[in-house]
Design a protein around this ligand. Structure first.
Ligand code: TMP
Length: 222
């Protein structure tokens, strides 16, 4: 299916976030959607969290370093939101204001799923931190790539890269994480959609293209 999106002239851009556990293929799909949108003449910024701005990338190094042995969950959540605040103010908001569509590999739902639910900090703390940091800004669309964590972790292992602190957590952690993401989707179906990431990269790309055309076109027109 061909990706078709009309970019309205001089209106605010759209924020599309990609979420899911380890090895689900988010980064590949961000790239694929970005190139599909660019072919349609849409200005696109690809970015990621934690990171996306120089300050947030510095915080990312602190968060992912396996040698640091982790942070207390509250400190960890605050670091993620500190990085997000810098990324929002310096990169995402200016891009959206200029009419650029921002595709972000992970966003607040990652903090909800990893720190809020799976690491047990609690959903209400994440909601409060999110309200303070984002002041009501939400993604226009969140694509949650869903995959059996055993398959995802196998994919990560075959990449041959050093594994970050989260990727080194056990299978039970990643099973709970998957459930946390599905809970997030159930709680906000207008914004979030699940895509089955067990299909081929091309098939997943096609599903995402159809979703973006359908969901965002309808919203833009309405
Ligand atoms: P990734 O960019 O390779 O997905 O790695 C980022 C890691 O950080 C990933 O394992 C998930 C984790 N993470 C959180 O725990 N909370 C967050 O808020 C974000 C954005 C990422």
């Amino acid at each position: 299916m061909k990706l078709e999106v009309r970019q309205p002239v001089r209106t605010r851009g759209r924020l599309i976030t990609f979420e899911g556990g380890e090895g689900v293929g988010k980064s590949t799909q961000v790239k694929r959607l970005a190139s599909g949108l660019r072919e349609q003449g849409v200005d696109v910024l690809e970015t990621r969290e934690p990171g996306g701005s120089p300050g947030a990338e510095a915080i990312r190094t602190l968060l992912l370093d396996p040698d640091l042995k982790g942070w207390p969950p509250m400190a960890e959540a605050l670091l993620h939101f500190a990085a997000r605040s810098d990324h929002m103010v310096r990169v995402i908001e200016p891009a959206l204001a200029a009419g650029t569509w921002v595709l972000c590999d992970r966003f607040t739902d990652s903090t909800m799923a990893y720190q809020g639910v799976t690491q047990g900090l609690g959903t209400s703390i994440i909601e409060q931190l999110s309200a303070l940091t984002l002041k009501g800004r939400r993604p226009d669309l969140t694509i949650v790539l869903d995959l059996d964590p055993e398959v995802g972790l196998r994919r990560v292992a075959t990449r041959g890269e050093d594994r970050n602190r989260y990727e080194l957590m056990d299978l039970e952690f990643h099973r709970r994480l998957r459930e946390a993401y599905l809970m997030i989707v159930r709680s906000d179906p207008a914004r979030c959609v699940v895509v089955d990431a067990s299909y081929s990269v091309d098939d997943v790309e096609e599903q995402i293209s159809a979703l973006v055309s359908g969901r965002l076109e309808a919203r833009l027109a309405g």
